[in-house]
Design a binder for this molecule. Structure first.
Ligand SMILES: C[S@@+](CC[C@H](N)C(=O)[O-])C[C@H]1O[C@@H](n2cnc3c(N)ncnc32)[C@H](O)[C@@H]1O
Ligand SMILES: [Zn+2]
Ligand SMILES: [Zn+2]
Length: 187
């Protein structure tokens, strides 16, 4: 489930994307896997062609445990950026790690996923890696960068309005978060 903060629009170079309807402050919890998100079963990436995997990546992502999740809503339009303004946490939700201006595209860092593809990246960021790989473990430097960003954002969780607050309770995620969750550490 994604907070109702975005509209779906065409991007210049990567199909549809999600654009902020208003200013979204850093620390806003953006989305989480809710009970309506589908867990796709019976998928064996070893038996799939590159084309089939690419098609799958259009609407689903692979998690550490090997399962594929197809989000229930417009979360599926979240494009990748090498300088993403939304990142995953170990707390069961994704969070805005930068302020997102009105009209700006919301992006996630796909290198967090466990697919085994290579995606040519057209994010046009200064730090663009050009070829997104899903290799794990994630390089230590990138991991450090993500952890710094998410930890700083988590410290703001109780200071900004949280549109998903009530829904997060369904996942037994209660705000304010305790210190353990705030000191997020993706490994
Ligand atoms: C989950 S979908 C995102 C929504 C997609 N743009 C659409 O219109 O359905 C993921 C797909 O978007 C494209 N995409 C997302 N970010 C990209 C990027 N930085 N560079 C190139 N393609 C990207 C790739 O085709 C990828 O398989
Ligand atoms: Zn959902
Ligand atoms: Zn890039």
């Amino acid at each position: 489930m994604i907070a109702k903060l975005f509209e779906v629009r065409e991007t210049q170079n990567r199909g549809k994307g999600l654009f902020a309807k208003d200013f979204i402050p850093k620390g806003t919890i953006i989305c989480f896997e809710c009970e309506k998100c589908k867990v796709l079963t019976g998928i064996d990436p070893a038996k799939m062609t590159v084309k089939e995997k690419e098609a799958l990546l259009d609407y689903a992502y692979r998690k550490k445990d090997g399962s594929y999740i197809a989000p229930c809503d417009e979360t599926r339009y979240l494009n990748h950026s090498c300088n993403a303004n939304i990142l995953g946490t170990e707390s069961g939700f994704d969070i805005a790690v930068m302020d997102i201006k009105k009209g700006e595209e919301a992006t996630y860092d796909y290198r967090d996923f466990y697919d085994d593809l290579i995606m040519q990246c057209c994010c046009r960021e200064e730090n663009c890696c050009k070829e997104v790989t899903f290799t794990h473990p994630v390089p230590a430097e990138l991991l450090k960068y993500w952890n710094e960003k998410t930890n700083a954002a988590l410290k703001l969780v109780n200071k900004v309005e949280q549109p998903l607050k009530e829904y997060l309770k369904q996942k037994s995620i209660f705000l304010p978060l305790d210190d353990k969750l705030i000191n997020n550490q993706i490994t």
